[in-house]
Ligand binder design. Structure first.
Ligand code: ADP
Ligand code: MG
Ligand code: ZN
Length: 615
């Protein structure tokens, strides 16, 4: 009988800014502060750490959105130390787990992990300890595969729980639950079983990926009914963002960029395919850089070797697929270069986030070409078929779902394309809006290419266009996505769009005269300013998530009838060669050839581990 999760009503409680959680009057406050200093060597708490700890120690289920490097581990390691019993931590990779355990043992905190790569005798030893009355471990790490596939582990947890020794359940990298995130792992979906079996044990879910759809999916899958949410700004002021047109000379450009800005410094170059990694690495070696490649078809020893060399600064540059990165904690990464288009804005943000952990200025450069968009799109369709085969055992993710997954992935990719083709808005603003965060682009202080480029603005009245977009959202019954609206508005004839054509015929193609990015800028502006809401919801029984636009009647009334104008800023001097545009046009000319010349190459997934049962 397949497990079909019910859609639950979730009661989110906003934790950030709630004074209750920053109080220093909890019974554990003193102990917290002492141990933070003594055991972890920290002088103070970072933003939200104290608050998260207080909420989880009060017994609430807590969902934490904190950027990479923000200090999420402390929010469960410190409570684990203070609370009696043991904290269960689910973490996606054995390499991540080993790294954490090493640090814990160095701080004299007893911790262990269970995974199939341990010797049988070692596993038995750990299980024996877990069964003893005075179990010494404060933290037990496991991979999600273990929870999903090991009855021995579940029975062990029941036994701990029965003896009141299961103090907390932590889901690290919780976005892996969501197939709409950039790092989906099927076994994370089975973690809902924990809340079912142990409804009164507090759950703490941690992630650095923050879109509303991912959050909703995670909370649903884990079954967190009343959950306190903490989030903080995802802006990284020390990262400098730019998008550069990708030409045939791309590798020369990269060589030059590194030579001029980051010579002999440490960096990552993200490539789309395994073949690309090897080619880019070879070329840069020829140019005299200390460089190696890293991807999913290397054997684990080789990969570990490369990663170690890079960590010890024996090589500076690693050319990698997205398989490289999770849990990388090197503070002095000075640049992250994207040799081709990332698959989503979340993924991009996270990959860039590996630069500048030490707070020092670092560069994030993305080389964009329209033909890469075609390549990625092709890979996604191959990937969707593979993934539906791989996960066909899960009812939430069957073959009929794979079409929808492809649709979502394509939508994520289109957002990334629109990010690249936008040569007006602050890069920070676009990224942060995507995470539902408001950002004033004057706070960028010219640390992105668009803010640097645009020295003066002209203000344009776009009210009439805004009215048409609002009208279109209504005509399509307030049940379609932003990209759908834009397609209709620009006069696309694709299948989905044709379906709605009779209702929308008056406005179909009304925005044809606008430059490609313009309509989408205006629509996004309407969303940011609350004229239109982007609602994320579970769309069906299987729990798939979609986002649709709805008109905020109250706000819109002023614009439609009250004479309110919508003014947007545009660069006053439109340069002769707009990088994004020029490139996309030339690339379109060779679209046919791009399709024919697709390399037969396998898209790389983030590292996954399949664990066998303990028994
Ligand atoms: P995340 O999981 O959010 O990416 P980590 O928990 O790995 O981040 O922490 C990143 C780094 O920050 C670690 O080196 C950790 O020791 C350090 N750190 C965490 N909290 C503090 C603090 N309160 N003061 C100083 N350093 C801290
Ligand atoms: Mg972490
Ligand atoms: Zn900017």
């Amino acid at each position: 009988e397949p497990f079909i999760p019910k859609i639950i009503e979730v009661n989110y409680i906003e934790g950030s800014g709630d004074k209750r959680w920053s109080s220093r009057d909890f019974s554990w406050t003193k102990e917290l502060e002492v141990n933070n200093k003594k055991v972890f060597g920290n002088h103070s708490f970072r933003p939200n750490q104290r608050e998260v700890i207080n909420a989880t120690m009060s017994g609430c289920d807590v969902f934490v959105l904190m950027p990479t490097g923000g200090g999420k581990s402390l929010t469960y390691q410190l409570p684990a130390l203070i609370n009696p019993g043991i904290t269960l931590v689910i973490s996606p990779l054995v390499s991540l787990i080993q790294d954490q355990i090493m640090h814990l043992l160095q701080a004299n905190i007893p911790a262990a992990y269970l995974s199939a790569n341990l010797e049988w005798a070692e596993q038995q030893e750990i299980l024996r300890e877990l069964n003893s009355d005075y179990c010494k471990y404060k933290l037990l790490y496991v991979t999600p595969e273990k929870v999903a596939r090991s009855d021995v582990l579940l029975r062990q947890l029941e036994s701990l729980h029965g003896r009141e020794l299961l103090s907390r359940i932590v889901i690290d990298e919780a976005h892996c639950v969501s197939q709409w995130g950039h790092d989906f792992r099927p076994d994370y979906q089975g973690l809902g079983v924990l809340k079912q079996k142990f409804p009164n044990t507090p759950v703490l879910a941690l992630t650095a990926t923050a879109t509303a759809s991912v959050k909703e999916d995670v909370v649903q899958a884990l079954g967190l009914v009343n959950c306190v949410v903490f989030r903080q700004s995802f802006n990284r002021p020390n990262l400098w963002y730019s998008v550069v047109p990708k030409t045939k000379k791309c590798l020369e450009d990269i060589d030059k960029f590194i030579r001029e800005n980051h010579f002999d410094e440490c960096g990552i170059i993200y490539c789309l395919s395994r073949m690309d990694c090897e080619k880019v690495a070879e070329k840069l070696q020829e140019c005299g850089h200390k460089c190696a490649f890293y991807h999913g078809s290397m054997d684990p020893d080789q990969r570990a070797h490369v990663q170690r060399q890079w960590s010890k600064d024996e090589i500076n540059i690693i050319c990698a697929t997205v398989a490289f990165g999770m849990g990388i904690n090197k503070p002095d990464v000075r640049f992250v270069i994207h040799h081709s288009l990332p698959k989503s804005v979340e993924g991009y943000h996270q990959e860039c986030g590996r630069a500048g952990r030490d707070g020092q200025r670092s560069s994030c450069v993305l080389y964009y070409s329209y033909s890469d968009y075609i390549r990625v799109k092709h890979m996604l369709s191959v990937g969707a078929v593979e993934q539906s085969n791989m996960t066909s055992g899960y009812s939430r993710f069957n073959a009929t779902n794979s079409g929808r997954l492809l649709e979502t992935n394509t939508e994520n990719l289109l957002r990334m394309v629109s990010y690249c083709e936008n040569d007006v808005d602050c890069r920070r603003l676009i990224q942060l809006v995507h995470f539902g965060e408001k950002f004033d682009s004057s706070n960028c202080h010219k640390t992105c290419d668009n803010c640097v480029k645009i020295t003066s603005f002209v203000e344009k009245d776009v009210t009439e266009i805004a009215k048409q977009l609002v009208e279109l959202v209504k005509l399509t019954g307030q049940k379609v996505s932003a990209s759908h609206i834009l397609e209709v508005y620009r006069g696309s004839l694709s299948q989905m769009v044709k379906k709605h054509r009779h209702e929308t015929v008056r406005l179909h193609g009304a925005g044809k005269h606008l430059a490609k990015g313009e309509a989408s800028r205006i629509l996004h502006h309407l969303v940011v300013e609350d004229f239109i809401a982007e609602v994320v919801k579970k769309s069906d029984f299987y729990g798939s998530v979609s986002s649709v636009l709805k008109v905020n009647e109250q706000k819109v009334r002023n614009m439609l009838f009250g004479g309110q104008r919508i003014i947007l800023r545009f660069p006053s001097s439109v340069k002769a060669s707009k990088p994004g545009k020029c490139d996309s046009i030339s690339a379109k000319g060779s679209l046919a050839s791009a399709k024919l010349n697709l390399p037969i190459d396998i898209p790389d997934q983030p590292e996954t581990e399949i664990d066998l049962d303990l028994s």
